[in-house]
Design a protein around this ligand. Sequence first.
Ligand code: AKG
Ligand code: FE2
Length: 206
Amino acid sequence: MADAEPPINWLPLISPTPRHQASHHVVDAAFTPEECRRIVALAEPECAEVGSIEGDDEVDRVRSSSVSWLAADDDTWWIFERLARLVREANEGWGFDLVGFEEELQYTRYDGPGDHYTWHRDGLDGDVSTRKITVVVQLTDPGGYDGAQLELPDRLADPEDPDRLRHVNGQGSAVVFPAYEYHRVTPLRHGRRRSLVAWVAGPPFR
Ligand SMILES: O=C(O)CCC(=O)C(=O)O
Ligand SMILES: [Fe+2]
């Protein structure tokens, strides 16, 4: 006979602080415009890997952008520290077990008309299954481009609410969300957009 299932008990309050299950947490002006320019200056000269593989229709359909990576070093440490603070604050709501940055920071370029990233999630599967939190920083003044909007459905909003799809685009603003949440970047119409994406890893959800 199979082992008996452990009982589900009636417990008093597990968490000493109130939690929420919001789908994302927005921090306006998490970085100043000057700091955004510093990040761009650090990352832009890096040789960009193409986020879309030419001739691969499937990849092209899902994602068209190019990326480069910022490693932790003396020049970039302040960025990691700032991101860590934003994640710690946001995670007061979720209360996830987190360990730290397991990957370099992704610098993303949306340069050509149509550059985009369709609905996807950053974590859950295979190689990226340890990603628990995503942070996206808007490095470009929204006046400098059209389209290429980061969109996240607000899970706490009424499903009929037309404003349920949140757009986060103020320069220097950051949006922190569980890596299992769907999000997308709409096609770029003109101009150029830059973003910085970081993932914080932790042990499996339990
Ligand atoms: O550029 C963005 O705003 C988001 C990019 C993204 O979702 C990703 O790289 O996983
Ligand atoms: Fe993503």
